[in-house]
Design a protein around this ligand. Structure first.
Ligand code: SF4
Ligand code: SF4
Length: 458
């Protein structure tokens, strides 16, 4: 312990060897992590109507969520969804502190439920790991360390491939894996860059992602208040702490319930002592609750000396309450989700942009007609190919294609160029509104307005 104190005081990083205790919360976290890992590794390969369940192709600006294709034109939906997600996290943090970090965050799940388990499996629990690190490089250490790092790299490689599949899609990933490296140099390099990043994070950086780099952790201080339920030590019950002295019953009665065993510190993956109060480094993983409850069982005291408490529950003996701030955030979330649902359900299957060709005014056509030339881009947001046509709303107005639109493949887009031809008698101002209907399968998908320029008729 003296060595650790000296290490802390010198400003050097204190390498952590958290003890693993498989209490009820740990078991729940394990089940959640199994579900999460299955979902993480299988989602890029799952399809709905031929489309991925989730694709975040930032390179080609194509996004797919639950089989629905979203294009850059729908980016506001993604921004709105991100906003809803952020507000949900804020509300959740106000109510339950940083529990997202300990139970749902991919960093914690991979670190504590995958890489830590591999480490414990190969090197043993805390004391053995510490001893092995301090030992000279003998045969046993070389074998154990090599085995651990080879498995770490293999898992990092697996995570990197899956991560890339979320960005480029599983088909493109399979091509990178199965075709010659020279055909996919960037893809191949990306896999190894991601592998290197994940390996470094899980083998070296570890808890520092949560304690130093994660902005959410930094923001926690402004989000939680005296009503927030967090993992906390009941100092009213626990203090004054002291070693259990079975022979001195009298003395024991004036002590609090904390027997100062230090196990809550030993199990902490971020190396903090929760008895010093709520700290930014606490990821609410509940490992200290599990181990302290084990201790309470042994000394025949009630559970939850460390538990989910708000400051007011400990010091003002209040019950958990739904505060005005929580109500306000809930109202905001309800409104945002309502707006998001409205935009998603009212989103059209096709999107069309029509622009009059720049630099050209109008053309005089035989028969007293005037024409303007237009460029249009039509996007098929559905998951099947569509045949489309454009029809002016006014029957006196006609369309003559230079480049006629044909079938648009699913998820694809086409460009078309056409004249809008209008009888000169219809033109009464420099700019006349023209409405065009986009028709697909005999159904009006969208009606768009554009301007038509022509000579003013007196
Ligand atoms: S595990 Fe419980 S009893 Fe042991 S030091 Fe921590 S709070 Fe005290
Ligand atoms: S203090 Fe407890 S809940 Fe917080 S990170 Fe440490 S072990 Fe997890």
């Amino acid at each position: 312990m003296d060595g650790l104190v000296a290490e802390k005081e010198s400003g050097k990083r204190q390498w952590l060897y958290p003890l693993i205790r498989k209490g009820p919360y740990y078991k729940w976290r394990s089940w959640i992590s199994y579900f999460y890992l299955i979902l993480f590794f299988s989602t890029p390969f799952m399809r709905i109507n031929g489309q991925p369940v989730l694709l975040l192709n930032v390179v080609d600006r194509q996004f797919v969520l639950l089989g629905q294709v979203f294009w850059p034109q729908d980016i506001f939906l993604f921004m709105l969804a991100s906003l809803v997600f952020l507000v949900c996290i804020v509300l959740f943090t106000i109510a339950f502190g940083r529990i997202f970090c300990g139970w749902i965050c991919p960093q914690t799940i991979f670190m504590e439920m995958v890489f830590r388990k591999i480490e414990v499996w190969i090197e043993g629990d805390a004391k053995k790991r510490k001893k092995l690190d301090a030992a000279p490089w003998d045969k046993e250490k070389i074998i154990k360390k090599s085995a651990k790092h080879v498995i770490f790299i293999a898992f990092s490689f697996l995570i990197a491939n899956t991560f890339l599949a979320y960005i480029i899609g599983s088909e493109s990933l399979i091509k990178i894996i199965t075709e010659p490296v020279t055909a996919h140099l960037i893809g191949f390099a990306s896999i190894w860059v991601f592998t290197g990043v994940f390996y470094t994070v899980y083998s070296r950086v570890r808890e520092q992602v949560c304690t130093l780099f994660c902005p959410y952790g930094r923001l926690q201080g402004v989000m939680i208040d005296q009503h927030t339920l967090v993992v906390a030590y009941d100092d009213v019950r626990g203090e004054p702490r002291g070693k259990l002295d079975r022979k001195a019953d009298l003395l024991q009665n004036i002590k609090g319930d904390c027997v100062d065993c230090g196990l809550c510190v030993d199990v902490c993956p971020t190396g903090i002592d929760i008895r010093k109060g709520t700290q930014l480094e606490c990821i609410n993983c509940t490992a200290c609750i599990d181990v302290c409850n084990e201790v309470m069982d042994k000394i025949h005291k009630p559970h939850n000396l460390i538990g989910f408490f708000s400051e007011n529950m400990i010091h003002a003996k209040e019950k958990p309450s739904f505060t005005g701030r929580m109500m306000a955030y809930s109202a905001v979330i309800t409104v945002l989700i309502g707006v998001l649902c409205y935009f998603i359900f009212s989103r059209s299957d096709m999107d069309i942009t029509v622009m009059r060709t720049a630099g050209l005014l109008y053309q005089e056509q035989p028969g007293g007609k005037i024409s303007n030339i237009y460029n249009a881009e039509i996007i098929n947001k559905t998951n099947k190919s569509q045949s489309i046509t454009l029809i002016p709303e006014d029957p006196a107005v006609k369309i003559k294609y230079i480049q006629a639109p044909v079938n648009i493949a699913y998820g694809g887009s086409i460009k078309t160029v056409f004249f809008v031809v209008m009888p000169a008698s219809r033109i009464h101002s420099a700019k006349t509104d023209v409405r065009l209907q986009l028709i697909s399968n005999h159904k009006i998908i969208q009606t768009i307005s554009t301007t038509f320029v022509g000579p003013i008729n007196d």
